[in-house]
Design a protein around this ligand. Structure first.
Ligand code: SAM
Length: 212
């Protein structure tokens, strides 16, 4: 399966990557996540990318134990560099989680799974697999929180979203925007119920689901 890393980033001397897109959405995400994350427990972040989000989120939510992850070894090096530099006790070392395979997480051991800007970069079959694996990793009552760009039905929210989707599909016809409805169907068939749909800047959505 092709891996897709579509993220512009600068790298500091100590190896921490910083992506402008992640810098822009960090504060809005922290505000919205405050109402959606559990107050305590373990969070697995899938596809953490640079790791700058993991560092910011672990700092913003000190009562949560934050485990970042990514499929890509270079991204994991950057996440590890953020881990080193922040020295937050609740931020753990990155795990190698590939949504195309089984996750290296004990069954029922996390209270929330978060992913930011992943679903438009993977095929629908991997979105399905994501929720199956998330259900295994989560304790009863656990939550999955998904942030990113989505179609509403067959409609794109803006011309820019439509153009971005077209550029993704030109790279790989299997990827591109998913509709909110298709994700909700997938989620419900994996044993979750929809909890909230938050409108975010730049037409993005934060979707929250709970184990049924
Ligand atoms: C656009 S970046 C988003 C990163 C970060 N969440 C953020 O918002 O800054 C997409 C990330 O997904 C990761 N990724 C791509 N395919 C993946 C897969 N099959 N399993 C896990 N992560 C994957 C990439 O390595 C990359 O770090």
């Amino acid at each position: 399966m092709t891996r897709h890393i579509i993220q512009q980033a600068d790298t500091s001397e100590d190896g921490r990557r910083t992506a402008p897109a992640a810098s822009r959405n960090t504060v809005p995400l922290i505000k919205a996540l405050g109402a959606r994350l559990p107050s305590t427990g373990r969070v697995l972040e899938v596809a953490s990318g640079t790791g700058q989000h993991a560092a910011a989120f672990a700092a913003a939510f000190p009562a949560l134990e934050w485990t970042p992850s990514d499929v890509d070894p270079g991204q994991r090096e950057s996440i590890a560099a953020w881990h080193q530099s922040t020295r937050l006790v609740n931020l753990l070392e990155p795990l190698a989680v590939d949504v195309a395979t089984s996750w290296p997480i004990a069954q029922g051991s996390v209270q929330a799974v978060l992913t930011v800007n992943l679903f438009h970069l993977i095929p629908e079959v991997l979105v399905r697999r994501f929720f199956v694996e998330a259900r295994v990793a989560l304790s009863d009552g656990g939550r999955v929180i998904v942030y990113g760009p989505f179609r509403r039905g067959t409609t794109f929210v803006s011309d820019g979203d439509q153009a971005f989707d077209a550029s993704l599909r030109a790279r790989d016809p299997a990827i591109g925007y998913k509709s909110v409805e298709e994700v909700t169907d997938v989620v419900e068939s994996a044993g979750f119920t929809s909890v909230a749909r938050d409108n975010m800047p730049a037409n993005n959505l934060l979707l929250t689901f709970a184990t049924a």
